[in-house]
Design a protein around this ligand. Sequence first.
Ligand code: SF4
Length: 173
Amino acid sequence: MKKLDFPEHFDLEASACHLDEPCYRVKIGTGEDLSQLMPFLNAVADVIQYEPGEEPVMILKIGGCRVALRSHEIAVGPVKDRKEGEKALSEVLDYLNETWARSHEIRPNFKPKRRANAMEIYKLLPGTNCRECGESACLAFAVKLALGRQSPGACPALSGDSGTMEKVQRLIG
Ligand code: SF4
């Protein structure tokens, strides 16, 4: 795979990743086949979802962003505006290039990783919508947990119930 260069132009599209404020994500196409890189990322990165196959998909966290990779596409978000998007994309490309550069010393991991389902998480939450976690309701908290943008420890009720906490942690990996 050749080095991924920063593109001359990138798309900034509205994203539904926040429930409470507008946000965007950067999307670019790439001539390189990123499916070659995915098993190495799966071994070393903070991967949320990995579905190998004919149309591979990988979701991972890089820096403060959530990154979605397809074989010839990279999407990065959430970002507030184009300037923040440029910085986030640059960091992501650096990370991907660095990982590929040292791929000879990484043992690839081809094992798929299932994404946490927000409704499965929600069913384990107290459902009181007390907002102590900082979210508007338990469902919003579940969605953010599934996206890797919240910590289960932010819910005091969950913190006090080790059995349920273990189940939630198993779901979010
Ligand atoms: S702190 Fe826990 S119970 Fe309260 S709203 Fe958040 S997730 Fe629901």
